[in-house]
Design a protein around this ligand. Structure first.
Ligand code: FCB
Length: 459
C-alpha cells in the first residue's frame, strides 16, 4: 500500500477523560460524581476497580503532557471534572479545581499543543443525581451554568469545546441497561435523560456563544454503524429502528431541530414524549461549529420479531428490543468488538450527507488489546494495524469530499475503562498501575510518525 498524505492543517491528537485518568478523587475540594458512587458499589465494576487513583494523572500531568509532545501531536482532547470545578453541581467555582485545568492548558499551550475540552464525559456531581439526575429537566440548566462558568474562565486560551461526550451512553447505559453510572434500569427515565442531555447541550451552546467570540463549539456523538444481516425487508426495518433510537434521536434534533417521526411512532407504546417542551428543539439545534464522532465498530442487525422478548432484559434499544446483533465472524478486539474500518468511512459519508459542510472530527478511535511489557518495551502490532486501517478509511472519506478536519486516538494512556475497570487497555502508552510507570507502546511511536509526517506510511 502507498503512503497517504492528509490535507494541510489536519489535526492529529489523542484523547482522555477525567474520571478515567485523574485519580485524586477527594483532593482540592472535588466532591463525588455518579462514577465514584457507582464504582464503589459492589458488583458494578469488574474486580471492584474504582477511579480513586486511576493513572494518578492529577499529580503526573507534566509527565503525561511530555508523552504528547514526544509523539509530536498537535492537539489533546481531555475532559474537565464537573465536581472538581463546581462541587455539588451548583454554586460558585472551586478555584483549586479550576486551577488544575488552567495549569494543564497553559502547559499544553507552552508545548504548542492545542487543548480541546470536553465539558461532560460522564461524571455528573452526585448531588445532581440525588435530585433526579439527567431524568430531571433542571440538570440541563445546571449543565449550561457549569459550561458557562468553565468557558468564561478558560475560553480565552482554549478555542475548541465539546459539550457532551456520547449522550447515548449517558442515557441508554446509565439509565436504561444500568451498565454505567448511575445504574438505573428505567425506560422512561432513559428517554427523559436523552432529551435533557441534548437540551443541556443546546443551552450550553447558547450560554457560551457570546462569551469568547471565535471559539469553535460542538458535541461528540457515538453514532452506531449498522448494516442489515440480510436483504430481508424485516432486517432493513430493524436497522431503521436502531438507527432511530441509536442515532437520529440525537442527530435530528441537533441538525434539523426535529424529533424523528418514525421514532416517535416506535416509542408510542412506551412514552408520549411529553417531556419535550415547546421551544426545546429550537434550543437543541442552535448552530454548532463542528461535530465529533467516536467510532470503534459496526454491527450487523437482524429482526427478531418472532422471538419472545424478556421485559426484564433492559435493552438499550427502547421500543425496538426485538432485534439481534449478528456476528459476522470478523476479527475482534479485546472488547469483543468486530474490526470494520469501512464502517468508519461509510459513517463519515452518511453524516456528511446530513450535516453538509459542518466540519467533522473523529474525536475517538482505537482498540483494546491485552498488552504486556516485554524485554524491549510494549509491542502492539494489532493496535498499529487497527489505527492504520481506520486512518486509511478516514483518508478515503476525505478523498470523497467529507470535511474531516482531525483525528484523536483513544487513548493517550491505558486507563479506567468504566465497567471493565483496568482490565481493558486502550492506551498508546502502557500504564503499570502499581508503580504508575508509563511505557510508550509501538503504536505510540507509529502514530507519532503519522502525525509528524501528516501521512500514513506505506504498509
Ligand atoms: C467510549 C468512551 C471512552 C472510552 C471508549 C473506549 O465510549 O467515550 O471514554 O471508554 O469508549
Amino acid at each position: 500500500m502507498t503512503e497517504l498524505n492528509f490535507p494541510d492543517g489536519f489535526r492529529w491528537g489523542a484523547a482522555t477523560a477525567a474520571y478515567q485518568i485523574e485519580g485524586a478523587a477527594a483532593e482540592d475540594g472535588r466532591t463525588p460524581s455518579i462514577w465514584d458512587t457507582f464504582s464503589h458499589t459492589p458488583g458494578k465494576v469488574r474486580d471492584g476497580d474504582t477511579g480513586d487513583v486511576a493513572c494518578d494523572h492529577y499529580h503526573r500531568a507534566a509527565e503525561d503532557l511530555a508523552l504528547i509532545s514526544g509523539m509530536g501531536l498537535g492537539a489533546y482532547r481531555f475532559s474537565v471534572a464537573w465536581p472538581r470545578i463546581q462541587p455539588g453541581g451548583r454554586g460558585p467555582v472551586n478555584q483549586a479545581g479550576l486551577d488544575f485545568y488552567r495549569r494543564l492548558v497553559d502547559d499544553l499551550l507552552a508545548r504548542g499543543i492545542e487543548p480541546w475540552i470536553t465539558l461532560y464525559h460522564w461524571d455528573l456531581p452526585q448531588e445532581l443525581e440525588d435530585s433526579g439526575g439527567w431524568a430531571a429537566r433542571d440538570t440541563a440548566y445546571r449543565f449550561a451554568e457549569f459550561s458557562a462558568l468553565t468557558h468564561e474562565a478558560l475560553g480565552d486560551r482554549v478555542h475548541s469545546w465539546l459539550t457532551l461526550n456520547e449522550p447515548w451512553c449517558s442515557a441508554m447505559l446509565g439509565y436504561g441497561t444500568g451498565e454505567h453510572a448511575p445504574g438505573h434500569q428505567d425506560k422512561i427515565a432513559t428517554l427523559r435523560a436523552a432529551h435533557h442531555l441534548m437540551l443541556g447541550h443546546g443551552l450550553a451552546i447558547q450560554a457560551m456563544r457570546p462569551q469568547h467570540a471565535g471559539n469553535q463549539l460542538g458535541i461528540t456523538l457515538n453514532l452506531h454503524a449498522f448494516t442489515p444481516a440480510s436483504d430481508a425487508p424485516e432486517d432493513a426495518d430493524a436497522v431503521r429502528r436502531l438507527d432511530g433510537i441509536g442515532n437520529r434521536i440525537f442527530l435530528d434534533p441537533l441538525l434539523r431541530g426535529e424529533f424523528p417521526a418514525d421514532l416517535r411512532a416506535d416509542l408510542a407504546p412506551v412514552s408520549d414524549l411529553g417531556h419535550i417542551q415547546d421551544g426545546d428543539l429550537e434550543i437543541i439545534s442552535a448552530p454548532i461549529d463542528l461535530l465529533g464522532l467516536n467510532y470503534y465498530s459496526r454491527s450487523a442487525i437482524a429482526a427478531a420479531e418472532g422471538e419472545p422478548h424478556d421485559p426484564a432484559s433492559h435493552s438499550p434499544w427502547i421500543g425496538s428490543e426485538r432485534v439481534r446483533h449478528i456476528s459476522r465472524g470478523l476479527p475482534v478486539t479485546d472488547m469483543g468488538w468486530e474490526i470494520d474500518p469501512d464502517g468508519l468511512r461509510q459513517q463519515l459519508l452518511d453524516v456528511h450527507a446530513v450535516a453538509g459542510d459542518l466540519p467533522l472530527y473523529v474525536t475517538e478511535n482505537g482498540a483494546a488489546y491485552p498488552d504486556k511489557p516485554g524485554p524491549d518495551g510494549v509491542d502492539d502490532p494489532e493496535r498499529v494495524a487497527y489505527l492504520d486501517a481506520h486512518l486509511r478509511a478516514c483518508h478515503s472519506a476525505i478523498s470523497a469530499g467529507v470535511p474531516l478536519k482531525g483525528y484523536f486516538a483513544w487513548s493517550l494512556l491505558d486507563n479506567f475503562e468504566w465497567a471493565h475497570g483496568y482490565a481493558k487497555r486502550f492506551g498508546l502508552t502502557y500504564v503499570d498501575y502499581p508503580t504508575q510507570t508509563r511505557i510508550p507502546k509501538t503504536s505510540s511511536h507509529w502514530y507519532g510518525q503519522v502525525a509528524r509526517n501528516n501521512a500514513v506510511p506505506t504498509a
